[in-house]
Design a protein around this ligand. Structure first.
Ligand code: AMP
Length: 406
């Protein structure tokens, strides 16, 4: 799981990477994204983001660096709050990395300075949640400087936070040589590779709740994509815009005009545009709700679409067969409820079985793929929701822009 340079993104990657820096024996401040999902008892429910950062951390340890890790967790509103402590993350990291991890109860201040001054090569410190200080989200200069004062070099491996102009992402880079870690680089290579230079035929599958969140992705891919498949809640805005009755399905009324415009624009470019031809409907999204299978032309009032049906799965899966690149963002239905998960899981299997470079990015799609049991068969699963979307929309990520140019 080392860094991958297999994707052709020549001309895009002009930033220092951790391998370009001399970090031997140095204090390295590594911004990671350990914003992990926790259950109501604060147990970690998924540690993929820790495992994804291990190549960078292990590399720094092998180089004899003193590794200072920092992250945010949740939204603690600028003050200490036990519910958002990284203490349990430190324990999980220690178990995964099989080395002692010293957890500090703050991220700045004299005690932190003292602990860092005692570090030996190969030591690891994890600082407490950066967002216990509201200066973090304000990209405050003095706070950035205090963080920078802990280290000799800065490495950003927090792809999931790279779209934020925060002190530990942007402000700190003003004071230290700043490079990308392996995870950040790999994320950019895959996601930007797919935007800039996909191997064609390239199929984008878009789902999830809202059209408004994905319109810019469609627009940005317009000149690169061969087929667009739309499922999930957003499909019903497109269907209604075409004149279908969609009952009580999720619809963004203010997006109807734009939805038509986008679809017509895409089709005019010769891109195939697929919408569900059948759906599973229910009167509520309760797990025990009665369901019916109907075609997209016969959705009754009082019922809402909660999943795509088997004919849509077949149509979409056939559309994937010839693909060489597949990008999937957003579930096909309310997959969190077992009874409405079949369409999403079936598409997860079709993506996993495709003889293509398969990239899953943004939103809950990584969870869907993992619940479907096919994560290992996907070429690349992004660790960043919002950051992945912004890249796919063609936006610059402040965290990437801020790194030192080569
Ligand atoms: P997003 O963050 O936009 O990718 O949306 C993900 C959410 O979309 C998931 O929580 C799904 O439950 C939800 N979703 C998917 N399909 C539907 C649907 N047909 N109606 C309502 N919500 C949906």
């Amino acid at each position: 799981m080392e860094e991958s340079h297999s994707l052709p993104i020549k001309g895009v990657w002009n930033k220092l990477s951790i391998k370009d820096l001399d970090i031997r024996g140095k204090r390295v401040f590594v911004r990671v994204d350990f914003n992990l999902p926790l259950d109501e008892n604060l147990n970690i429910t998924d540690d993929r983001r820790i495992r994804s950062a291990l190549p960078t951390i292990n590399y720094a340890i092998d180089e004899g660096s003193k590794v200072i890790l920092s992250s945010h967790l949740g939204r603690p509103k600028g003050k200490p709050d036990k519910r958002y402590s990284l203490a349990s993350v430190a324990r999980r990291l220690q178990r995964l990395i099989k080395k002692e991890v010293l957890f500090l109860p703050d991220c700045v201040g004299p005690k932190v300075d003292e602990a860092v001054s005692k570090m030996a090569p190969g030591d690891i410190i994890l600082l407490e949640n950066l967002r216990f200080h509201n200066e973090e989200e304000k990209n405050d200069e003095a706070f950035s400087k205090s963080l920078a004062g802990l280290a000799d070099v800065y490495v950003n491996d927090a792809f999931g936070a790279a779209h934020r102009s925060h002190a530990s992402i942007v402000g700190i880079t003003k004071f230290l040589p700043s490079a990308a870690g392996f995870l950040l680089q790999k994320e950019i290579e895959y996601l930007q590779g797919v935007v800039n230079n996909p191997v064609r035929p390239f199929v984008a599958i878009l789902g999830g709740a809202k059209v408004s969140g994905k319109i810019d992705v469609i627009k940005n891919l317009e000149d690169k994509v061969d087929k667009v498949i739309v499922g999930g809640g957003m499909a019903y805005t497109f269907l209604k815009a075409e004149g279908y009755n969609v009952g009580d399905s999720l619809v963004e009324e203010d997006m109807l005009g734009l939805a038509n415009e986008i679809r017509e624009g895409v089709v005019a470019k010769g891109i195939k545009f697929y919408l569900p031809v059948d759906c599973v409907i229910a009167q509520s999204i309760e797990p025990a709700a009665e369901t019916k299978l109907v075609t997209s032309q016969e959705m009754p009032n009082g019922w809402k679409a909660v999943d795509i049906g088997p004919a849509s799965v077949k149509l979409f899966s056939e559309a994937l067969e010839s693909a060489k690149t597949i990008l999937w963002n957003g579930p096909m239905g309310v997959f969190e409820v077992d009874a409405f998960s079949r369409g999403t899981f079936a598409i997860a299997h079709s993506v996993a079985d495709a003889y293509a470079l398969t990239i899953v990015g943004g939103g809950d799609t990584d969870l869907a793929v993992s619940r479907a049991g096919v994560s290992e068969s996907i070429s690349f699963i992004s660790t960043g929701g919002g950051a992945a979307l912004e890249l796919l929309e063609g936006k610059d990520l402040p965290g990437l822009v801020a790194l030192t140019n080569k």
